[in-house]
Every structure is written in structure tokens, then in C-alpha cells.
Design a protein around this ligand. Structure first.
Ligand code: PLP
Length: 413
């Protein structure tokens, strides 16, 4: 299949050339230059509209420029944006209280990016291990899952098995052991064998890997194994959380409550970088003044927006939308199995679609979708991930499915 059949216009070419000239090449974007967004749709510099079926990797669960979030942001921009945590601000308290209510936890620690929140959870788990569990100094081990994606910091890539994300960044942070995702026996064996384990870190659904779901009951088994071994269960819900899967958290599908929630992306409403962890006092109480922090963490602008996000989630409307539109998406994609699609994995409005290699790569299909007005991204070669904003309408999902079917047909011919 040809890359993009539709020629790019002069404005698109100029913007791409400038970006490639001056910005480091740490991404390989599709050749579309977005200038505006509204709801589930974006408009490029040529004036062409596209359905955003990636939604900022789930950071845009509420769509582009949701009016409630914009109104709250504008009001807060006029009032106060940043204080640092050297002083109190009047937005952190209300946000923290509501986030604790949403998660059922006693305390929260706000940061900015998802990777920072993961780092925070790792530090808290280690410190909890030494101070509460009594693990000997520097012996703390954290169990992680094969195929994980938790961000890009040096420590996080230390336990990644993605060569591109990891190679040439050593020496790596020690203290991590990997087990296969979904294999409870391997996890139990490590928990029995290793004495210094303080936590198990997992994505309830592995998003970057291609929306990989664990076997039914696995999260409950992880929960039981962590409780039995006296180690913390850390759920990285940065991508899976905040209504994407049809529940507030992906762990909710199995009635599982982790010891630490790691949240990010949609927490900032697609407007600002806002992440946080939430845990009980016995865990997060180990953090003392000066032992962790961030200049922007807990800033009033982000907290005001995060507070509005939580208020929007508390109606259940977005979770219901993810279930309804997700069922439509799943049915439409499953009908394509055997017609260029080899497997479909869906949870809520979130799908990983494996393509028949005869059709081409995931990147080829992203180009074909772009030609048909849909923005989507391949992940791991022959898989396409679809995560439209939760404000997408029935007609929008219909548009996406038609484009997907047509793109597959064009690839096969
Ligand atoms: N954790 C998960 C599960 C993610 O999917 C991501 C990003 O995709 C991160 C952490 C890192 O978030 P950020 O890119 O905001 O650092």
C-alpha cells in the first residue's frame, strides 16, 4: 500500500518541514498538521476535518475544548495559575478531596505527567517497604509485567522490554523483576521466591501494547496475591482510567481496589498536564516534607481543571457513553474479522485491532484512514489502536467504521 495517496498542501508541507528542521525527531507523526479541535473532530491547516480516533492517547477523553472545562480553565487563568507548593493555593484542597472521594482513598499526591506519577508510586512503594514493611535497606523489589508501558524516565525504561524505548539509556535502575502479563502462577512464584518485594505494578489493560486484556479474574488474583504476600498493588490507570473502559477505572470491571492508583492524561481534561497517585494514609503517609515534589505539581490551574473533570465523571455519563459507543465500535470491528482483521480486543471505547499482514502494516492503514478523514495510530507493527473521545456520537463511530472498512478494502485490492 502506498503511504498517503492524497498529496499534502503547501501549508501542511511548510509546517512539517519547520517541525522536522527544529524539533528533535523523537516521534514519527502522520503527515497532517492540526490547527483546531472541537469535540471528537479536528481541523487541519488545509481546512480538512478529521475524526480524532486517538484522542491524545486517552488524554482527550472529554474531546477537544469541552465547554465546561474551557469555562473553568478561563476563570482560573484570570484568577491564579501557579504558586508552587511553597504556599497553599485555594484549588488544591478541593481537588484533592474530590479525587480521594473518586478513588476511595485517603490521600493524593499531584504531579504533572503520567511518568512522574508512576515514579511517585515507585518511590512511595520503596519507602513504604523500608519504613513500614521492614525491608532491609536497598533490597526493595518491584514486580512489573512483560510488555508494560509506564512512560519514558530512566527508571521506567529500566524495566521496559521495548528495545526502542530502552536501548542506549543504561546503566539502568535495579530492583525490578518482570513476569508475563496475565500469568498468575508466575507472579505467585516470584512473590514466594523473592523476599524484598514491596509492590506489583501493572496496567489493568496494556494500552500501548495494543489494548491487551488480561484473562478474566486475573486482576482479582493479583489483588489476592498482593494482599496475601503483604505487598502493594499499584494500578497504572494513566491510560485505562477515567471512563475510557466504561467504568471509572479499569480495575472496577473486576471489583478490584489497588493500594495505589496512578492517574494522568484525562485528569487534566486534555487542557493541562495533571497526574496524581492516590492511596491510603498507611501508604502515602510515608511521604514527608521535602521527600518528593514538583514545581508545577498541584498548581491551581491544573487543580481547577482536574476538579471539573472529577465533577464530570461523577455523573456517570462518560462511563455510559464509553459502554454504548464501545459496544457499537466492537460490533462493527468484529464484523471485519476475516476481512483484513485477525483479532479485535475492546473494553469500553478502546480497541486494539490486529491486522492481517497481507493488508500491510498498521502504519499503512493509518495512512489509508487519514485519507478517509480518520486519525488513528498503529502500535507494535500490525496493530491499530482506536480510542475516540467519549463525546463521539453514534454517527461519528459509524463514520469511523465505514472509513476502517473502506481502508481495509482499498488495502486488499
Ligand atoms: N502509564 C501509562 C499506562 C501510559 O499509557 C503512559 C503514556 O502513554 C504513561 C504512563 C506515561 O504518561 P506520560 O506520557 O504523560 O508521561
Amino acid at each position: 500500500m502506498a503511504e498517503q495517496s492524497r498529496p499534502a498542501g503547501a501549508s501542511t508541507r511548510a509546517a512539517i518541514e519547520q517541525t522536522e528542521r527544529w524539533a528533535a525527531r523523537n516521534y514519527h507523526p502522520l503527515p497532517v498538521v492540526i490547527a483546531r479541535g472541537e469535540g471528537a473532530w479536528v481541523t487541519d491547516v488545509e481546512g480538512r476535518r478529521h475524526l480524532d480516533a486517538l484522542a491524545g492517547y486517552s488524554a482527550l477523553n472529554f474531546g477537544h475544548g469541552h465547554p465546561r472545562l474551557l469555562a473553568r480553565a478561563h476563570a482560573q487563568l484570570d484568577a491564579l495559575t501557579l504558586t508552587s507548593r511553597a504556599f497553599y493555593n485555594d484549588q488544591l484542597g478541593p481537588f484533592a478531596e474530590e479525587l480521594c472521594a473518586l478513588t476511595g482513598k485517603a490521600l493524593t499526591l499531584p504531579m504533572n505527567t503520567g511518568a512522574e506519577a508512576v515514579e511517585t508510586a515507585l518511590k512511595v512503594a520503596r519507602k513504604w517497604g523500608y519504613r513500614v514493611k521492614g525491608v532491609p535497606e536497598n533490597q526493595a523489589t518491584i514486580v512489573v509485567m512483560e510488555g508494560n508501558f509506564h512512560g519514558r524516565t530512566t527508571t521506567i525504561v529500566s524495566f521496559s522490554d521495548d528495545k526502542v524505548a530502552r536501548d542506549d539509556y543504561g546503566p539502568f535502575t535495579p530492583g525490578f523483576v518482570s513476569v508475563p502479563f496475565g500469568d498468575i502462577d508466575s507472579l505467585r512464584a516470584v512473590l514466594e521466591r523473592e523476599s524484598g518485594v514491596v509492590a506489583v505494578l501493572l496496567e489493568p489493560i496494556q494500552g500501548e501494547r495494543g489494548v491487551v486484556l488480561p484473562p478474566a479474574g486475573y486482576l482479582q488474583q493479583v489483588r489476592e496475591s498482593c494482599s496475601a504476600a503483604g505487598v502493594l498493588m499499584i494500578a497504572d490507570e494513566v491510560q485505562s482510567g477515567l471512563a475510557r473502559t466504561g467504568e471509572t477505572f479499569a480495575c472496577d470491571h473486576e471489583g478490584v481496589v489497588p493500594d495505589i492508583y496512578v492517574l494522568g492524561k484525562a485528569l487534566g481534561g486534555g487542557l493541562v498536564a495533571l497526574s496524581a497517585i492516590a492511596a491510603d494514609e498507611r501508604v502515602l503517609g510515608v511521604i514527608t516534607p521535602g521527600s518528593h515534589g514538583s514545581t508545577f505539581g498541584g498548581n491551581p490551574l491544573a487543580c481547577a481543571i482536574g476538579h471539573e473533570v472529577i465533577a464530570m465523571l461523577s455523573t456517570g455519563e462518560f462511563q455510559a457513553a464509553a459502554r454504548e459507543r464501545g459496544a457499537q465500535l466492537a460490533a462493527g470491528l468484529e464484523a471485519l474479522t476475516g476481512h483484513g482483521v485477525t483479532a479485535v480486543r475492546c473494553r469500553g471505547l478502546w480497541a486494539g485491532v490486529d491486522l492481517d499482514p497481507a493488508i500491510g502494516t498498521g502504519r499503512d492503514l493509518s495512512y489509508a484512514l487519514l485519507d478517509r478523514g480518520v486519525l488513528a495510530k498503529d502500535t507494535h507493527g500490525s496493530t491499530i489502536r482506536l480510542a475516540p473521545p467519549l463525546v463521539a456520537t453514534e454517527a461519528d463511530i459509524g463514520f469511523l467504521l465505514t472509513a476502517f472498512r473502506d481502508a481495509l478494502a482499498a488495502s486488499a485490492s
